[in-house]
Design a binder for this molecule. Structure first.
Ligand SMILES: Nc1nc2c(ncn2[C@@H]2O[C@H](COP(=O)(O)OP(=O)(O)OP(=O)(O)O)[C@@H](O)[C@H]2O)c(=O)[nH]1
Ligand SMILES: [Mg+2]
Length: 455
């Protein structure tokens, strides 16, 4: 990627709308705008961050393309760090294409996906963790995820990593001083140990949030399983508040898995209705039941549905046995009907699995069920301080953790300080990699390629 050229892209989604924005960034952004804009003043003559009204024209045939508002932002205090121009035009597919085409003809290059943000990162306006947060903000599915993404964009995670890095740097200087001036600096291994413990617990604290981050980003999978006709599809519909799945009194109504997204306390959850478990009748049902079993394997939470108006069967028992080691909730459904199941013997076989009583038909217990799912998904309430660790952050932080664990062992073994210093530097490098200070180009390319064009 060449950095001193000028890039352009349509930053709004392709389609028809009130307005669209075409963006330019780079050293020639303002002079390119001068060439294609007619107004009372030239873009290069207006003061920083001002807006002018005028027309975009094609200098080749002097044809007017559109009435626009043009904003001039002079570097280095811009999104990318370079001079930027934003053209607000009418929101038409052809208009935006035409304006972009003229900009490209007059010296700009088409921006790669995420290139504006990549420039912001490379010019030091933001670090890599903040750059990643830009897309987290764009793709946030729930309010909680958005709140955490914005906090990451503002530098919450970055400052936590920087603090850990500083602690580790202090530790490294302690070790190095004892290498360089062994007579002056007494090696206080106890002090080393305390310092190291402090850094490690900060890293471990961050790592603990990785799973929560995954749930928020990718969503949790909640599978509804049970015998046929117990009311699984009715529970899905009740959770969704709409008649999504077909419900009939005929056992074996649901043949295939059916998935829908719901928001449970800020966490996006994919709720999966499955084919009822029984001895399969025919090939289709057989395949459906196989899918149910796969769905159980990949679920974060399983809702085992039991019909309270029927005696507990062997099949119910088998299902409970199969899933009770996982995170599961027993849903005792149809409580509006007279109870026929032997509740006390059922309770004994559950090993403390939570039980929620519902009537999917009347809506009783559905809010309690939602709350219970939320409680299991979140060990604590989402706090503003919670960070959204991505798989990339977690993998690198684990590397840092293992380097520091090795230092702990070396300390115990009274190994030479030089060897410890080597491992501490490895840990420091890893932390730098999270922030993008020492991230290989291929990784950077991979991160930014996931961005939208014009972002
Ligand atoms: N009285 C009562 N009937 C219910 C309740 N929940 C479901 N039903 C009825 O039970 C029957 C089966 O409901 P479904 O939701 O299709 O059950 P399912 O577990 O998805 O069944 P399969 O897809 O065949 O495995 C339907 O007639 C529902 O109206 C409930 O809470 N109370
Ligand atoms: Mg069903």
């Amino acid at each position: 990627m060449i950095l001193n050229d000028t890039i352009a892209a349509i930053s709004t989604p392709v389609g028809y709308g009130g307005i669209s924005i075409v963006r330019l960034s780079g050293k020639d952004a303002i002079s390119i705008a001068d060439n294609i804009f007619i107004g009372k003043v030239k873009p290069s003559s207006i003061s920083n961050r001002n807006i002018i009204y005028g027309k975009i024209f094609d200098p080749e045939d002097n044809r007017i393309i559109d009435d626009v508002l043009l904003i001039v932002m002079k570097g280095p205090r811009t999104y990318t760090g370079d001079d930027m121009v934003e053209i607000n035009c009418h929101g038409g597919v052809l208009i935006t294409k035409k304006i972009l085409e003229i900009l490209l003809r007059y010296g700009a290059r088409l921006a790669e996906p995420g290139e504006f943000t990549k420039r912001a990162f490379l010019s030091g306006r933001i670090d890599l963790v903040q750059a990643e947060a830009v897309m987290e903000v764009v793709f946030a599915k729930t309010d909680t995820e958005l709140k955490l993404a914005v906090s990451q964009l503002e530098g919450n995670l970055s400052s936590q990593i920087t603090e850990i890095k500083e602690l580790l740097l202090q530790f490294l200087s302690l070790i190095e001083a004892s290498v360089d001036f062994p007579e002056d600096v007494g090696v206080d291994r106890k002090e080393f140990g305390t310092h190291l413990h402090k850094v490690l617990s900060r890293i471990e604290h961050l790592l603990r949030t990785a799973d929560e981050g995954r749930l928020l980003r990718e969503g949790a999978k909640v599978s509804i399983v049970g015998r046929t006709n117990v009311g699984k599809s009715s529970i899905l519909n009740a959770l969704l508040s709409e008649e999504r799945a077909i419900v009939t009194p005929i056992p074996g109504t649901t043949r295939d898995t059916l998935e829908e997204w719901i928001n449970i306390g800020g966490i996006p959850a994919k709720v999966v209705d499955t084919a009822g478990l029984r001895k399969a009748r025919g090939l289709i049902e057989h395949k459906g039941i196989k899918r149910t079993k796969d769905s159980i394997k990949s679920a974060d939470i399983i809702l085992i549905v039991i019909d309270s108006a029927r005696p507990i069967s062997k099949e119910d028992g088998k299902i409970i046995e199969k899933v009770k080691k996982k995170k599961a909730i027993l849903v005792l459904n149809k409580i509006d009907l007279p109870r026929k199941c032997n509740f006390s013997s059922l309770k004994k076989s559950l090993d403390g699995l939570p039980i929620i009583e519902t009537s999917a038909i009347c809506g009783t217990g559905i809010d309690t069920l939602r709350n219970e799912i939320k409680n299991i998904l979140t060990h604590h309430r989402w706090e503003y301080e919670t960070v959204l660790l991505t798989a990339r952050h977690a993998a690198i932080l684990k590397r840092a953790k293992w380097s520091l664990k090795r230092v702990q062992t070396l300390l115990k073994e009274k190994a030479p300080e030089e060897i410890m210093a080597f491992e501490v530097r490895e840990g420091l490098n890893a932390l730098g990699e999270v922030l993008g200070e020492s991230t290989p180009d291929e990784i950077l390319d991979k991160i930014f390629s996931k961005f939208c064009i014009g972002k």
